[in-house]
Design a protein around this ligand. Structure first.
Ligand code: HEM
Length: 217
């Protein structure tokens, strides 16, 4: 029950960020919701920002579907095609354009390095997930996809943290560089903690199965 609720909340947040992106970048003039410095930067790098926001939106849209065990079992071919689109367009194109935009990001060194490292980690985990899938190493593929999607969710964390920092009265010029790190480092740590818990649970159940087998011999 709690799991379903968490899953629904996650899907809702992903869809909300995609809806925001489509409205602000598909309908409004470029940079309409940004401060003048960011608007000028986006106007100057319009190809980079448009490529980034629309390609990355695909990752947010497709990511939650790829974790559905039911879909994977019922439509394995669809899972593979959606996976190729998620990794090729969402992460590959969205990540390279994100890396380009990181070099120009508002907020100076700390914002630029935070976004650049996020983009590199996004591309790296995506590549590892793809290589593991090609090698039919499904358990490694699953672990890399979890790490990768935790980073995709940086787009959600960022858009939760910015309004929170504004409610807290923190000047944007101070908050933004910190948020460039806070939007993804906790996600990455959480993904590692989840993977560790899952592997220790598996080890635990393996040990107890072995103990039961020994006891019944
Ligand atoms: C996870 C890797 C990602 C990286 C490294 C990244 C990087 C960046 C960078 C550097 C900017 C420009 C910020 C500035 O100029 O100050 C930006 C803006 C933006 N990104 Fe990403 N991004 C990522 C993921 C995503 C995803 C998954 C989405 C999905 C919608 C997204 C949507 C946007 C949008 C809409 C903007 C424009 C700013 C806004 O309207 O809030 N990004 N991103």
């Amino acid at each position: 029950m709690l799991r379903t609720l968490r899953h629904c909340l996650l899907v809702f947040l992903c869809l909300a960020v995609v809806a925001y992106t489509v409205y602000v970048y598909g309908v409004l003039p470029l940079g309409a919701m940004m401060n003048p410095t960011m608007r000028a930067n986006f106007e100057h790098n319009w190809l980079g920002i448009y490529t980034h926001v629309f390609a990355s939106s695909l990752a947010l849209l497709l990511g939650p579907l790829q974790f559905s065990a039911r879909l994977r079992a019922a439509r394995p071919r669809l899972h593979r095609w959606l996976g190729r689109t998620y990794l090729g367009v969402g992460i590959g194109l969205g990540g390279l354009a994100g890396l380009y935009m990181a070099a120009h990001a508002y907020g100076g060194f700390w914002a630029r390095s935070g976004f650049a490292l996020l983009a590199l980690a996004w591309l790296y985990t995506g590549w590892q997930a793809y290589s593991a899938a090609r090698a039919r190493d499904i358990s490694s593929h699953r672990r890399w996809m979890l790490r990768n999607f935790a980073l995709t969710l940086a787009a959600v964390s960022l858009r939760v943290l910015i309004p929170l920092s504004q409610i807290g009265g923190i000047p944007f010029s101070l908050a933004y560089p910190a948020i460039a790190w806070l939007c993804w480092v906790p996600n990455a740590l959480l993904a590692e903690a989840l993977l560790r818990r899952q592997s220790s649970q598996r080890r635990g159940s393996g040990l107890s199965a072995a103990a039961t087998a020994r006891a019944t011999q």
